[in-house]
Design a protein around this ligand. Structure first.
Ligand code: BDP
Length: 713
C-alpha cells in the first residue's frame, strides 16, 4: 500500500462519492478519463508506468504519447513517465516497422491499422501499441484507453484492428460568416475572421475527439460553397486549420464551387472541357497544395438545388469530376462528387433522379474520384430504404453520406440515436450477390475498390457541449466508429459511448442504451411512420407540415410525398407507378414491388394503400397509421420516465438538460401526432379508431403555427 500515491488515495475516495460531485458540461465528450476502480487502477500502475517511443518522435507520435499520459493520469491519478528505457510496465508506442527492428515480430500492418498487446522485450513485460504508420499508433493509443475505460485489465489486452474505409470524413456545412447550414449547436467552430493569426485551441480538442474514433479528414465549408473559400486569404486560413489537425492524422478538404473560375478567376466560363478552365483549376490546386501539402481534395455539389455544375455547359457530371480530378491528381488528391442531384425541370419521381443520372456514368470517372451517395434516395429522412445506387455502379467507388446533424429528426432537442439508422442502411442487402450488403459496397470488398470512404454531415458547433445536446454527441461518436467498421453494431457502440460519457453503473447503462436504441424508431413513429417521408414544415424542417402544397417545386411539398386523398395514401413506386423499384437489383425489386413482401416500415414508400385495406395483423391501414402516431408519443413518454430514474447516476447539468429536452420532445411528439392525425383525417374522412383522442388543436390552428427564426436555416 505504501506505493500508492496520495493522489490515488484521494481518487479512490472520490470513487465512493456520488458521481454528482463532478460538474460536467459535456465539453470533454467521451474522453473524460475518470478514475478507474481501485483494482484496475492498481493494475494500471504496474502495467502502464512509462511510455517509450519505438522511434524518433513525430508530431503524431507525440500527440499519441501525450494522450496516453493524459488518459492514464486521469484514470489512475498518476501520469506515466516518458522515458527511453524498456522496463517492466513500459508502454512501447510507435510503428510496427520500428518495433520489428527492435525484435518484436508483429508482421506487416496496413496504414492506420494498430495492434495493442502484451509482449516481452529485453526480458521486460511491456505493452505494445503499434501502428501501420503513426496514425495507426495514435488510433491504437485511443483504442487502448477506450478498452481500459470499459474496464479491461491491462494485462489481458490483445487487439488488432484496421479501418474498413479509407476516407472517414466529416462534412461541415459551415459558412464563412460562421453560420452553419442545418447546424443546431451554435456557430461554426472555424472562426474565419480571426484565422489564420489566431487558431482557437478548441480545434485541438476537435482533432483529438475525431482521432479517438478514427475520423481522418474534414471538409471545412458548406457544400453550398462560396468561391471565396478558394481565394488566397481563405487558403491561408484553411492551412492554419490543416496545420493544427495534421498531428492528429486529419486531412483538410474544401467544398469547391464549380463556377469559381468565373467568380474569382476572371474567366468567362467554367466549362470543364475548356482548356483555360482546366488550367485555372490546375493552378488553383497547385496553390492550395503549396499551402497545404497534404490537402485531401475537393467535395463538389454540382447541378443540384441551384448549384452550378458541368450540365450548365451540356457536359456530364463525369466531365466535371474528371477535370477537377486531373487538377488534384498530381498532388495525390481526390475529388468527392456528390450524387445528391435532382432538377426542377425533371418531373420524374425525385427518388429516382440520382440513379437515372449517375448509373450510365459508371466506369467513366477518373480513378481518384469517389461518388458520395446519401444513405437513402431522398434526403436524410427518419427512415428511407437504402439508395439504389449502392450496388448499381460497380466500377465507381461509392462513398456513404450520412447526416449526423438531425435536420429532419427534431434538431438537437429530440433524442434520436442514429446508430440504428446507420446500421439499417449499412446492413441492407443490395441483392447484387450473396450477402452483398451496403457495408460491403462501402468498404470496397464487394467490388474490389481500394479507394473507399464514409462522410457524415457534422453536428458540431461552438456550443460548450459541441453537438447541442449530450445525446447528439453519441451520433458523432457512432458515425466515426461505423466509418471505421461499417459492419459494427449500433448497440455495442451505444454502450461503449454511454460508459465513457455518462455512467458505468450497469443497470443505468442498460436503461440508457435501451432508450437510445429505441429513440429513432419513436421519432419515425411520431413523424413519418410506415414509410412516409418529408412531412416536415417548409424550409427549417422542424415540426409537422403534411398539408403543405404551395411550394413552387412539386417535390418540395409534403403532399407530393404522401399523396393522401379520400381513398388512400402512399407513393406508388412499383412497376405500376414510377417504377423506382426496378432501380434495385431484381431480387430486391421483386420483393419491394409486392405489398405483401414489402417490410411494413417501408410500405407507403413503395405503395399506395387504401385507407381501409387490411394489413397482415388484421387492422386497417388507417387504424395502423393512427396507432403508430400514438405509439410514437408513448415511446417518448416512456423515455422520459426512464430518464427520470437516472438522476442518481448522472451529473446535474447533463441530467437536467436532457430531462428538459425530453420534455420538449414529448410535447413535439404530441404536436406531430396531433397535426398528422388531424390532417390525414381531414383527407381520409375516416373516424378516429375507438379510444383514440382527437387532436387538441384544430387543423387551422396547427397550420397557422410558424417559426421564422428556427435555427440552422
Ligand atoms: C438538404 C438540406 C440542404 C442541403 C442539401 C444537400 O436541406 O440544406 O444543402 O440537403 O445535401 O437536406 O446538399
Amino acid at each position: 500500500m505504501n506505493r500508492i500515491s496520495a493522489a490515488v488515495l484521494i481518487l479512490l475516495c472520490a470513487l465512493t462519492m456520488p458521481s454528482r460531485a463532478h460538474a460536467e458540461d459535456g465539453y470533454e465528450l467521451w474522453l473524460r478519463y475518470r478514475p478507474r476502480p481501485a483494482a484496475q487502477a492498481l493494475a494500471l500502475h504496474a502495467a502502464a508506468s512509462t511510455v517509450v517511443l519505438s522511434e524518433p518522435e513525430t508530431p503524431t507520435l507525440k500527440v499519441a504519447a501525450a494522450e496516453l499520459v493524459r488518459g492514464i493520469a486521469g484514470m489512475t491519478g498518476r501520469a506515466p513517465a516518458a522515458t527511453t528505457q524498456i522496463a517492466d510496465g513500459a508502454i512501447l508506442l510507435g510503428t510496427g516497422t520500428a518495433m520489428d527492428r527492435a525484435g518484436l515480430k508483429l508482421g506487416a500492418l496496413a496504414p492506420d491499422e494498430y495492434i495493442v498487446r502484451r509482449a516481452t522485450l529485453q526480458g521486460a513485460r511491456i505493452t505494445v501499441i503499434a501502428g501501420g504508420d503513426a496514425s495507426g499508433a495514435l488510433y491504437g493509443a485511443f483504442a487502448y484507453l477506450r478498452a481500459l475505460g470499459a474496464g479491461a485489465l491491462p494485462e489481458a489486452l490483445d487487439m488488432r484492428s484496421q479501418p474498413g474505409t479509407r476516407l472517414r470524413l466529416l462534412n461541415h456545412w459551415d459558412n464563412l460568416d460562421r453560420s452553419v447550414e442545418r447546424g443546431y449547436a451554435g456557430q461554426s467552430i472555424w472562426d474565419w475572421w480571426t484565422l489564420p493569426d489566431y487558431v482557437d485551441p478548441r480545434i485541438v480538442d476537435y482533432a483529438r475527439a475525431n482521432a479517438s474514433i478514427g475520423i481522418n479528414g474534414t471538409v471545412l465549408n458548406n457544400v453550398n460553397a462560396k468561391a471565396d473559400s478558394l481565394t488566397a486569404p481563405y487558403i491561408a486560413k484553411a492551412a492554419a486549420i490543416a496545420d493544427t489537425l495534421r498531428p492528429y492524422g486529419m486531412q483538410v478538404y474544401l467544398s469547391a464551387r464549380f463556377s469559381a473560375p468565373i467568380e474569382i478567376g476572371g474567366l468567362k466560363s467554367a466549362d470543364p472541357l475548356d482548356p483555360a478552365v482546366a488550367a485555372w483549376w490546375r493552378m488553383k490546386a497547385a496553390e492550395i497544395y503549396h499551402a497545404i501539402p497534404d490537402f485531401g481534395g475537393f467535395l463538389v455539389k454540382a447541378n443540384s438545388e441551384g448549384q452550378p455544375g458541368p450540365q450548365d455547359y451540356r457536359r456530364t457530371h463525369a466531365d466535371g469530376a474528371n477535370m477537377l480530378a486531373a487538377a488534384v491528381a498530381p498532388h495525390g488528391g481526390v475529388v468527392i462528387w456528390r450524387a445528391f442531384v435532382y432538377a426542377a425541370e425533371n418531373p420524374d419521381d425525385r427518388a429516382k433522379q440520382a440513379y437515372t443520372e449517375f448509373k450510365p456514368l459508371d466506369g467513366t470517372f477518373a480513378t481518384n474520384v469517389l461518388l458520395q451517395v446519401k444513405n437513402g434516395p431522398l434526403d436524410f429522412q427518419p427512415r428511407e430504404p437504402f439508395h439504389p445506387l449502392f450496388g448499381a455502379m460497380p466500377k465507381t467507388p461509392l462513398m456513404m453520406e450520412f447526416q449526423i446533424t438531425k435536420e429532419y429528426l427534431g434538431f438537437a432537442t429530440h433524442l434520436a440515436y442514429l446508430g440504428p439508422l446507420y446500421e439499417e442502411a449499412l446492413e441492407s442487402q443490395t441483392g447484387i450477390g450473396p450477402n452483398a450488403t451496403v457495408a460491403h459496397v462501402i468498404d470496397g470488398s464487394q467490388e474490389g475498390h481500394r479507394l473507399t470512404g464514409m462522410a457524415g454531415v457534422a453536428n458540431i458547433g461552438s456550443d460548450r457541449n459541441w453537438s447541442g445536446s449530450t445525446f447528439d454527441q453519441a451520433n458523432w461518436y457512432v458515425f466515426g466508429r461505423m466509418a471505421w467498421d461499417p459492419s459494427a453494431s449500433a448497440r455495442t457502440i451505444a454502450e461503449e459511448w454511454v460508459r465513457q460519457t455518462l455512467t458505468e453503473d450497469n443497470e443505468a447503462v442498460r436503461t440508457i442504451v435501451d432508450m437510445m436504441m429505441g429513440a429513432r424508431e419513436a421519432v419515425v413513429n411520431y413523424m413519418t411512420p410506415l414509410g412516409l417521408a418529408h412531412l416536415m414544415a417548409t424550409g427549417h424542417h422542424y415540426g409537422p407540415g403534411p398539408w403543405v402544397d404551395t411550394l413552387p417545386r412539386a417535390d418540395w411539398n409534403p403532399v407530393y410525398y404522401h399523396r393522401a386523398d379520400a381513398d388512400g395514401i402512399g407513393f406508388d413506386r412499383t412497376t405500376h407507378g414510377t417504377n423506382a423499384v426496378t432501380q434495385y437489383a431484381p431480387i430486391v425489386a421483386h420483393r419491394l414491388n409486392d405489398k405483401r413482401t414489402t417490410p411494413l416500415p417501408l410500405l407507403l414508400w413503395f405503395h399506395r394503400v387504401g385507407w381501409d385495406e387490411r394489413l397482415p395483423d388484421g387492422q386497417t391501414l388507417w387504424e395502423t397509421l393512427v396507432g403508430r402516431y400514438d405509439l410514437g408519443v408513448r415511446q417518448v413518454t416512456a423515455m422520459r420516465a426512464k430518464w427520470d430514474t437516472l438522476a442518481p447516476y448522472i451529473d446535474g447539468q447533463r441530467y437536467s438538460e436532457t430531462a428538459a429536452f425530453l420534455k420538449i420532445q414529448e410535447r413535439d411528439a404530441q404536436w406531430w401526432r396531433d397535426a398528422c392525425i388531424a390532417y390525414f383525417q381531414s383527407v381520409s374522412g375516416r373516424p378516429l379508431p375507438a379510444g383514440v383522442a382527437p387532436s387538441s388543436m384544430s387543423l387551422m390552428e396547427l397550420k397557422a403555427l410558424s417559426f421564422p427564426y428556427a435555427p440552422g436555416h
